[in-house]
Ligand binder design. Structure first.
Ligand code: C5P
Length: 223
């Protein structure tokens, strides 16, 4: 059987994670955080002494990933690597940089493809990423492409990091975001573009619950 999937793609900081969690909870469906797989791959390379630029070695690390996702009591997804909780480490700015570098390598993406498709289980799946609607689940009945201005995404990230007590510079964050956007959009393989049949939503001036309502409406239209 082919279980339903809603794909949620878009640049970092557009609100995909929040939207995806709301949808997964609403429908009682599984949740794939595909970015976490790339982040863990980058982290696992550091642990194994593998250079992020060494594509064959990185792909091997990706194939062997010993990782599990666990649902925390707070509704946040925790990430285990080799049995250890690495959630905070991989969510750091450095973790995002590593993910973005290894994710540009075709054989690394190939190595993670089946693992991602395995998340499609009863009764359904919310898949959060960059290429969920274009590459991983091209037959998904509902595809969302969520975006927001780079300035707004930097501002949200800034608030988030400050809330965690980290000291960060807003201009530096904005620069990082623009740099990662450029790398993700211009790469030869699975670049960050909306699927042709995606519903594009701009969240720059739209609060999370309004975005959520808009997606529910789209879902109900599709039955
Ligand atoms: O979504 P998140 O910020 O965790 O993703 C980290 C990085 O992983 C992204 O900047 C992108 O380079 C890469 N990624 C990807 N394809 C996905 C998910 C993430 O290339 N489906």
């Amino acid at each position: 059987a082919s279980w339903p999937v809603i794909t949620v793609d878009g640049p970092g900081g557009a609100g995909k994670g929040t939207l995806s969690r709301m949808l997964a909870e609403h429908f009682g469906w599984h949740f794939l955080d595909s970015g976490a797989l790339y982040r863990i791959t980058g982290y696992a390379c550091l642990q194994a002494g593998v250079d992020w630029a060494d594509e064959p070695a990185v792909a091997e690390v990706a194939r062997q990933l010993d990782t599990r996702f666990v649902m925390g009591a707070d509704g946040e997804v925790g990430v285990l690597y080799a049995g250890r909780d690495v959630t905070a480490v991989i969510r750091s700015e450095e973790g995002g940089r590593g993910a973005s570098v290894v994710a540009a390598q075709p054989s690394v993406r190939e190595a993670l493809l089946e693992r991602q498709r395995d998340f499609r289980q009863a009764p359904g799946l919310i898949a959060d990423g960059r290429d969920m609607g274009t590459v991983v689940f091209p037959d998904a009945p509902l595809k969302i492409f969520l975006t927001a201005s780079a300035e707004e995404r930097a501002r949200r990230r800034y608030e988030q990091l400050r809330g965690k007590g980290e000291s960060v510079s807003l201009p530096r964050l904005l620069e990082d975001i623009k740099e990662r956007d450029a790398r993700d959009s211009s790469r030869a393989i699975a670049p960050l573009v909306p699927a042709r049949d995606a519903v594009v939503i701009d969240s720059t001036a739209t609060p999370a619950d309004a975005v959520f309502e808009a997606v529910l409406l789209e879902a109900s239209r599709r039955g």
